[in-house]
Design a protein around this ligand. Structure first.
Ligand code: SF4
Length: 194
């Protein structure tokens, strides 16, 4: 896979202490995207599914992991490897949330076995392109056109409770190259990560 960042504990993109994974590579080019640095795949970001699973297992062995959040970049552009990864990490937590610039309808229309496999394993999909003019601080989403789809009924109650009480927050991580700002940013923000 092409993975730019793996962070723990991400607390602002879903309930609990989550492992956040940002893929690199996205062909959508939404104007004013807050993560343009993740539009291109990079050789140094290449990691095999088994290596990534190993990293995740090591984090989970030492820390509490309440779920996973995948963003990017476009996770669904790496659907085949993502499907394989999800089947290997669901035993850690089935609370898997994915952000995609594609709508759920567009993903279903693809009729792609790998995409369908991802959708079967995902608990929550937050879908749709980023529209800067609709960035009005809607919960968990960059813009109001994006929708939260709870695809795993077993987690509906958990998410209903979470969504009724959560507020958008920003969380900053100090990393070797500087600071990564995670969360739902206001219009005009550039250089962080959703
Ligand atoms: S907002 Fe998301 S889907 Fe749009 S260009 Fe940026 S990374 Fe791609």
């Amino acid at each position: 896979m092409n993975i730019a960042r793996i962070l723990w504990p991400v607390k602002v993109l879903g309930p609990g202490n989550r492992i956040g994974i940002w893929v690199s590579g996205c062909g959508r080019r939404c104007p004013f995207c807050s993560n343009p640095e993740l539009w291109h795949r990079k050789k140094e970001y290449e990691i095999s599914v088994s290596q990534l699973r190993e990293v995740i297992s090591r984090i989970a062995a030492e820390h509490r992991v309440d779920g996973f959040t995948f963003s990017g970049g476009e996770p669904m552009d790496q659907a085949e490897e993502l499907a394989e990864l999800l089947s290997g990490i669901s035993s850690i937590s089935g609370d898997i949330l994915i952000y995609s610039g594609y709508t759920l309808a567009q993903l279903k229309e693809k009729n792609d076995p790998a995409v369908n496999s991802v959708l079967k394993q995902v608990a929550v999909l937050i879908d749709g392109e980023y529209r800067d003019e609709e960035n009005n601080n809607v919960l968990l989403r960059g813009s109001a056109n994006q929708k939260i789809h709870i695809l795993n009924e077993q987690l509906r109650r958990k998410y209903d409770e979470y969504l009724s009480s959560a507020v958008n927050q920003i969380q900053n991580f100090t990393v070797s190259g500087g600071i990564i700002s995670v969360g739902i940013h206001h219009r005009g923000f550039s250089g962080g990560t959703l």
